[in-house]
Design a protein around this ligand. Structure first.
Ligand code: ADP
Length: 151
């Protein structure tokens, strides 16, 4: 099975990496697809987000890093992929994730979204919390994989 794991990855965290590693053991090929959305302000550029992801996933031979713009369903079709992976941390993720999964399925009925539940040790972790801690000068090395001089 081939799967797409889409997201902003601004920046990639241990939480994302945990999902990538666990899913990569269950599928033949995993495409981690970085959202390129110029109207959604990101701290890291698309190139930086891709570079970080490539670096932290280089040990996983069946993981590919790519990017997409526009509709995720169009990207999945282009990549010949009908399985989408999303991570679930807490109940708070559920409503949005459920809505996205249903909308994507409405657009393309072939498309299935599979949810991987976060490991408990990363359930508190998000890209935004990493950026927030960094903004106030906190030590983010336990949260975030590789420092670029932006944070
Ligand atoms: P998006 O803007 O699409 O939500 P993110 O990069 O924030 O992009 O997240 C991508 C996916 O990874 C989402 O499904 C999100 O729920 C999941 N995710 C993020 N952080 C974690 C974590 N700590 N544990 C498990 N899943 C996570």
């Amino acid at each position: 099975m081939k799967a797409v794991y889409p997201g902003s990855f601004d920046p990639v965290t241990y939480g994302h990496l945990d999902i990538i590693e666990r899913v990569s053991k269950k599928v033949e090929h995993l495409i981690v697809a970085v959202l390129n959305n110029p109207s959604k302000k990101s701290v890291f550029s698309l190139e930086e987000r891709i570079q970080l992801l490539k670096e932290v996933t280089k040990e996983f031979p069946n993981v590919e890093i790519d990017y997409f713009s526009g509709l995720l369903t169009d990207y999945a079709t282009k990549r010949n992929c009908t399985t989408m992976i999303r991570g679930l941390r807490a109940v708070s993720d559920f409503e949005y994730e459920m809505q996205m999964a249903l909308v994507n399925k409405k657009i393309n009925n072939e498309l299935e979204t599979l949810f991987m539940v976060s490991s408990s040790k990363y359930a508190y972790l998000s890209s935004s919390i990493v950026k927030e801690v960094a903004m106030f000068g906190g030590n983010i090395s336990v949260l975030f994989l590789k420092l670029l001089n932006k944070l």
